[in-house]
Design a protein. Sequence first.
Length: 138
Amino acid sequence: MGLLDQLSSQLSSALGGASGQHPGLLGHVADLVNNPATGGLDGLVQAFHAHGLGGVVSSWIGTGPNQPVTADQISKVLGPERIQMIATKLGVAPETLTAQLATALPALINHLTPNGTVPSGNALQQALDALKPKPAPA
């Protein structure tokens, strides 16, 4: 299993157990780090800094171990409206979503920043595209 397959599996597990349980969840997580309206990954990093979690998000970007984040912290950073919108689309409780995001976001951001720097533009999009599920061979 390749690195991207492992990450996708890890994220799928963090985001609801069996892969396919919530087929759109990985897409929503990717949207959190690639949404131009909120500044993309840079905007998400700034939101963590604005909520006093700069050290936490910096650990995910850096090359050392990732510091944990709680579901409550995720909720504060992303805001209740965004959490509710994603939870509704996926058919899960907001508390379930934030708990899953507390596991998934550090893993995803860590994967997207292997050299300790935040990619931008095409490099970020290519890394996110690589995480998308591949169609089964016919």
